[in-house]
Design a protein around this ligand. Sequence first.
Ligand code: FAD
Ligand code: SIN
Length: 543
Amino acid sequence: MQTDFLVIGSGIAGLTFALDARAYGRVTVITKKESNETNTNYAQGGIAAAISPSDSIESHIKDTLLAGEGLCNPDAVKIMATDASHRIAKLSEMGVEFTKSHKSEFDLGKEGGHSARRIIHTKDRTGEAIETVLIKEVHKNGIDLLEHCLAIDLIIEDGKCIGVWGFDTNRNEFFPFLAKSVIIATGGIGSIYLHTTNPGIATGDGIAMAYRAGVPVANMEFIQFHPTSFYGKKINGRAFLLSEALRGEGGILKTKDGCAFMEKYDSRKELAPRDIVARAVHSELKEKGDDYVLLDITGFGARKIIDKFPNIYKHCCDLGVDPTKEPIPVVPAAHYVCGGIVVDMKGKTNIPGLYATGEAVCTGVHGANRLASNSLLESVVFAHRVDKSMVKDSKIEKLKIEDLENSMQSTNSKLTDKSSNHLEEKVISDYLLQIKNLMWEQVGIVRNNKELQEAKNKISKYKSEIEELYHKYIEIAYKSPLRQAIATFQLIELRNVVTVASLVIECALIRKESRGLHFNLNYPEKDELQYKKRDTILKKLDK
Ligand code: FAD
Ligand code: SIN
């Protein structure tokens, strides 16, 4: 298979790029599950843009820089805030129905850290509204969108990215896919944590793939924990999110015994940036020994809740809590990664032919902490900017299939014992659970050196065991029609999960200070001298 642009991922970033790139050549999008199984599809609160007459681009920039605590790239922030209104206009033009106020202007919501009302939304289903329209447009424009195709690794030839190795779960087949240009848009890494708002797809595949290929990865220690996810029951393993927009409208955080507590932590109370609110919830839980705190929105009145937040109302009721009558039990959950693949302002990596965009990258927009609703915005703005002109002069490499097979298989003949061809799914799920637990317990909201070091040791042990299992199984599975499709898929993901977990820990150990989303009890203060302008960058050393 071959194409001009091969896009990995069908969220807002991948699809935005695909729609723009079709004018420059043939575009193919591959996605590992159903097209709409993306973080994008679950986004609730909205997308930020300074469009109110009482707001300004400068103010959006200022708020973003403030939240980022000295680590944002000011040029990237300026690009994002300045382009916001154009991207919103384009999405509206394509058919995204953002909620309007009575004067048929956008109804602007408020979220933490924003000094003005600037959140454009489709009630509390903003992501779904965007994702649905983008998928429709992609089909309308004749772009190939291949579901259940999992990218495994990049194919690098003479230092250039010329395609990817993939696995088609439906057909139970491996495939090489050659392209003039490969664009990673694989989203975030929430699924490396036990409790996360992210769907299961968020296993950091693109970040792991890029890292293995020698692309630098930055700022992985900055994991954003959303302060309010539903406590207890999950939906398909995902903790249901209670949007920050609820606090924007006056939702109050209380301990189980009914006391509001945010005033103790920040004068902005419930609307302080997320790192502060998540740490406050964490601290209350520790202090009281409680399992959850409460988010009280009963003061809104039933009508406002049902009308403005129908998705949240329905899900809470399904999960056994009527939010119009009683406060919602909530806990923090892993939500977003501010770091990722290092790219320039046009999505370019250090490998010719390889680009990346969306949550998988580090443009420097978010610095040490992301402001609410700046992620959809970053994705749509920077996906639009990814360089497309380069395919003009590129050619698709013609490679012999044997050469590709060699690059896929590491020739470790010791491991080709046919008797070990069976892969226990339980082995994979046990590893996954251990990693998720470890990350939650020891690399969570509040960290310390001892636990980080312990986590590092355990993860590096798991990593070598999983790598061995991976090579042992994949080498055989590659040639055997008897391979197990689901287990193969899960093992490929597991290898990425352990890789990305190790990158988070590595970065967390390097940053010997507390800043934004990274809080280490051994260094509770910021170290402005050493770290203010310092990204934590990791690059694989060739063995
Ligand atoms: P995604 O939308 O996650 O898409 C990634 C795609 O890559 C998926 O199609 C996935 O299947 C595919 N993929 C991954 N690995 C592979 C592979 N190996 N092979 C093939 N395909 C692969 N941000 C905001 O700004 N505002 C909000 O209101 C908001 N609310 C949120 C609510 C929730 C519950 C969550 C989870 C996130 C929210 N966010 C919000 C964050 C935001 O949704 C994401 O950061 C953003 O959607 C990321 O877009 P993306 O295109 O980079 O990745
Ligand atoms: C939310 O609705 O609280 C999520 C917003 C975001 O992650 O930006």
